[in-house]
Design a protein around this ligand. Structure first.
Ligand SMILES: [Zn+2]
Length: 346
């Protein structure tokens, strides 16, 4: 490993885009399945996450985890281990994690929440990592399901649940979820959505759903007018190196993430589903830098973009930024930690 890659590994990091159900250790999923009487597609931990990313294969693994988890105790163990793994793999200091309450058929929303809060608190006490959650729905689900989820969040107020997300198959319409996103906004919940193809998806999630961030959104580079607007508005994109590379199936040096950063967008590097994609948050930063020729400052700027785009309450967000900058100064790395935002705009 080169010197710069060692330095990247030493940086404290932020994760804004991982899914609980794509992050649970294989051994843990199999233990849940055995305990809860759920027959899964593999008995051997090394075979559960196959390393194949076709959509059917992806959903088989993702929904297998949803099915295997059946109690608050399972949720507690799963999120605790996920957070410990993020700290071990990438010095993560703060993590916003998606979870899919409506896909866990054997638990109510409050049951799931209880378990997650327990696991988060244990991980925080042990490692110092801070964490919040985003409740997400799939585009394949109905508006009724989405409305009920938002109502569940409103009826069970919790400062650890920051808002809602939308993911799943990008070919299903985002716009039909507008009433659910409007309800979330009226109740002070944050909103984000995965955007993919078609190209107009980015505009739809911003202008129709009122999202404040975009997950993936790589086709933004094909819509110059919208791109310029989202640079001006500092709309943040949570990019995921391995997924974007596989998705575009071109040589990694031409990853759209390079064009997004070069255009001046606010962009962070994340894992999406580290177990499914056989990656981790440290590796994602190293791979992006290696393939795109980024220097340490460019990697650091991605981490600061993430911290600035986090949905922590303002005082906590400022504390997080101060903590990150202090850590980097203590590491003695030659980085500009107090860049003025306006200086970095093109
Ligand atoms: Zn995702």
């Amino acid at each position: 490993m080169s010197n710069i890659e060692q330095q990247i590994n030493s940086l404290p990091k932020i994760e804004l885009h991982s899914h609980l159900e794509g992050s649970v250790r294989a051994e843990t999923v199999l233990a849940f399945g055995q305990k809860n009487g759920v027959k899964l597609h593999a008995d051997d931990p090394s075979a559960f996450y196959s390393g194949r990313y076709e959509q059917d294969e992806f959903f088989k693994q993702f929904f297998g985890v949803c099915e295997a988890m059946a109690s608050p105790e399972d949720c507690s163990r799963a999120i605790y281990e996920v957070l410990c793994d993020q700290v071990a793999a990438g010095n993560v200091r703060y993590s916003e994690i998606f979870f899919q309450p409506t896909m866990h058929k054997r638990m109510s929303y409050p049951q799931m929440l209880d378990g997650l809060l327990d696991g988060i608190k244990r991980a925080e006490a042990e490692t110092g990592v801070k964490s919040r959650m985003i409740a997400a729905i799939n585009r394949e689900q109905s508006l009724d399901v989405a409305m009920k989820l938002v109502q569940d969040i409103i009826d069970n107020p919790c400062e650890r649940i920051l808002g809602i997300g939308l993911d799943g198959n990008p070919y299903f319409s985002a716009s039909e979820f507008k009433p659910a996103f409007d309800l979330a906004r009226r109740h002070g919940l944050h909103r984000t959505a995965h955007a993919g193809v078609p190209v107009h998806d980015n505009g739809e999630v911003i202008d129709v759903l009122g999202c404040q961030r975009i997950d993936h959104g790589y086709y933004i580079i094909e819509d110059k007018e919208l791109l310029d607007r989202l640079v001006r508005d500092r709309v943040h994109f949570t990019a995921c190196w391995t997924l974007a590379s596989g998705y575009f199936a071109t040589d990694p040096e031409n990853s759209p993430i390079k064009a997004m950063v070069d255009a001046g967008l606010s962009v962070s590097i994340n894992t999406d589903d580290p177990q499914i994609f056989h990656t981790d948050i440290g590796k994602e930063h190293v791979l992006a830098a290696r393939h795109l020729g980024w220097d340490l400052q460019t990697v650091w700027d991605r981490i600061i973009d993430a911290a600035e785009a986090s949905w922590l309450p303002e005082s906590e967000r400022q504390m997080l930024l101060a903590q990150l900058k202090k850590e980097v100064r203590d590491l003695g790395l030659d980085l500009i930690t107090d860049r003025r935002r306006e200086d970095s705009l093109p």
